[in-house]
Design a protein around this ligand. Structure first.
Ligand SMILES: [Mg+2]
Length: 213
């Protein structure tokens, strides 16, 4: 068993809690990752909803092996500061929601890149506390929210993460948001109990309705 994730730096008030993924939700991921790959003679092809197998060498069109793709991803996270940019209207939308709710970022990025990501988020007006963990997200959200009687929202682009939250925090409002339109079109339908949003404006409208319910 890995050590339990340290939540001690997260201070929650009695307000609703919005837990928010980062890659493809708060920060653009697929578009900058594609640009990063193109800078070294590779490309990311939107032909299925996954990275491995879809990273190809431009000269031969051959796919990179899974191990090489993982190494490129690791290199990208190390250099994220040079490539990743905020999703459209995320900073102003979260600033508006932060007037009425606590916001916590929960990213599945390897925790060793926390410093680079923190600096990047701060620079773009996204100062909210962040948890980085490769463990399933549902149990972390449950621990974070505890048994508090306030609304809980979770936003993520990956269905596996939303379903994990659904299993461990059944009262949580679940929103499926993905910045990249090409890959969004390839994503599986979210299924019962998970709402789909196309933008941060849409996401904020759904959250506001949930808070007022
Ligand atoms: Mg994500």
């Amino acid at each position: 068993m890995p050590d339990a994730l340290d939540l001690n730096h997260i201070r929650l008030t009695g307000r609703p809690l919005i837990v928010c993924d980062i890659d493809e939700v708060v920060l653009e991921f697929l578009t900058p990752f594609r640009n990063f790959l193109r800078s070294s003679g590779r490309d990311l092809l939107p032909r299925s909803f996954r990275l491995h197998g879809n990273v190809v060498k431009l000269d031969s069109g051959e796919p990179e092996a899974d191990e090489a793709t993982s190494a490129l991803l690791e290199q990208f996270f190390t250099l994220q500061d040079l490539w990743q940019t905020p999703a459209d209207r995320v900073a102003e939308t979260l600033a508006g929601l932060a007037a009425d709710a606590d916001i916590v970022f929960l990213t599945a990025m390897p925790p060793r890149h926390t410093g680079a990501r923190r600096a990047l988020l701060n620079r773009h007006g996204l100062p909210y506390p962040m948890l980085a963990s490769e463990e399933p997200k549902g149990p972390i959200i449950k621990r974070l929210h505890d048994a508090r009687d306030v609304p809980l929202v979770f936003i993520d682009d990956i269905l596996r993460n939303l379903q994990s939250a659904q299993a461990h925090a059944p009262d949580c409002l679940l929103i499926n948001l993905m910045a990249n339109a090409q890959f969004r079109a390839l994503a599986p339908e979210p299924g019962d109990g998970i709402l789909k949003a196309d933008s941060w404006a849409d996401t904020a409208a759904i959250i506001r309705t949930h808070f007022l319910r």
